[in-house]
Write a protein that binds this ligand. Structure first.
Ligand code: FAD
Length: 296
């Protein structure tokens, strides 16, 4: 039924698609369909149809903060890759949800616009990263987002200003209300010196390569840092570096990273997360909070 709907409306889709190349853990899961809406009108048509037939669906950016818990996601993945416009208006930049955050950071730096230097190593898309309030080096999306164009659960298109987005540490109104879809984000940047910014991000990149397992599939930091502590240090002190469940391993390089050393399943990763949480709780009485999102 849904397939003929996609066909009849000339919607780009893939059937029984592998998600391996759509999540940075490289979990080899499948889904019923992946769809790539061309524009906002098509997205609304698709969502109305999915809601009518109570189909399960998930918006996926670059899949760099998700864990597919099962070998098959019994639903439809919606990718906003075609929402990739960018428009400059002095220090304002309007960017589509599917735009790469790293690409955006590099481009704005090149144009002498400052504010997104923190994002030069975050492999997400603009839409998801806005909702997640991605951040690093004491900065985050909240500090540069002016407003966000969203699709509401009633299919209205609205602009929400920064102070309406309830940004907090790796959190926002949009993350807590995932029936709101980010369509595009407007950034307010400031003028900066390109060479200084390039030097700063190159230094940070070198440090990241030394301290993080960036050559292996992962989804970045697994846990939030508890107040005044580093989750990685707590895990390292428990001698858990290198500990494996299936092909999921606590990185030898950085204990707050889980890496896929072969064909790790979502379940391997989740069992490893449970093990870490249990050990940290029993040794330090600290409840680690997961930064990544488990997809059921
Ligand atoms: C090597 C590495 C380093 C990383 N470093 C950092 C870091 O320094 N700081 C940091 O914060 N994160 C970091 N991350 C994690 C990750 O890159 C960020 O959280 C990023 O913002 C996620 O973007 P994404 O497009 O991959 O989101 P996805 O993983 O695809 O999705 C995340 C969530 O957003 C939802 N979503 C997707 N699209 C939309 C949309 N258009 N509107 C609303 N919701 C949407 C999804 O349904 C999902 O719930 C790192 C990851 C890796 C692999």
């Amino acid at each position: 039924m849904i397939k003929s709907f996609f066909e009849n409306h000339n919607i780009e889709y893939r059937e029984k698609a592998s998600l391996k190349n759509y999540n940075t853990y490289k979990i080899d899961a499948t889904c019923n369909y992946i769809v790539f809406p061309k524009n906002e009108e098509e997205l609304i048509i698709i969502l109305k149809e999915l809601k009518k037939y109570k189909e399960k669906y998930l918006f996926l950016g670059n899949g760099s903060n998700v864990i597919f818990s099962k070998s098959h996601y019994d639903g439809i993945i919606i990718k906003l890759d075609n929402f990739n416009t960018i428009e400059y208006d002095n220090t304002l930049v309007h960017v589509g949800a599917g735009y790469s955050l790293i690409k955006l950071a590099m481009e704005t730096i090149e144009r002498g616009l400052s504010g997104l230097e923190f994002a030069a190593g975050i492999p997400g898309c603009v839409g998801a990263s806005t909702a997640m309030n991605a951040g690093a080096y004491n900065s985050d999306m909240a500090s540069v987002v002016k407003s966000v164009k969203v699709l509401t659960p009633n299919f209205d298109i609205k602009t929400l200003e920064n102070d309406e987005l309830e940004f907090a540490y790796r959190d926002s109104f949009l993350k807590r209300n995932n029936n709101y879809v980010v369509l595009s984000t407007t950034f307010k940047l400031s003028l900066g010196d390109t060479e200084t910014m390039k030097k700063q991000i190159a230094e940070r990149r070198t440090k990241r390569f030394i301290s993080q397992p960036l050559n292996m599939p992962s989804a970045g930091s697994v846990f939030r840092n508890p107040d005044n502590m580093y989750a990685g240090e707590l895990i390292e002190k428990l001698n858990l570096k290198g500990y494996r469940i299936g092909d999921a391993e606590i990185s030898e390089k950085h204990a707050n990273f889980i890496i896929n050393v072969g064909n790790a399943t979502g379940n391997d990763i989740i069992e490893l997360i449970k093990k870490i949480k249990k050990e940290v709780k029993s040794k330090y009485n600290i409840e680690l909070i997961l930064e990544q999102i488990i997809i059921e």
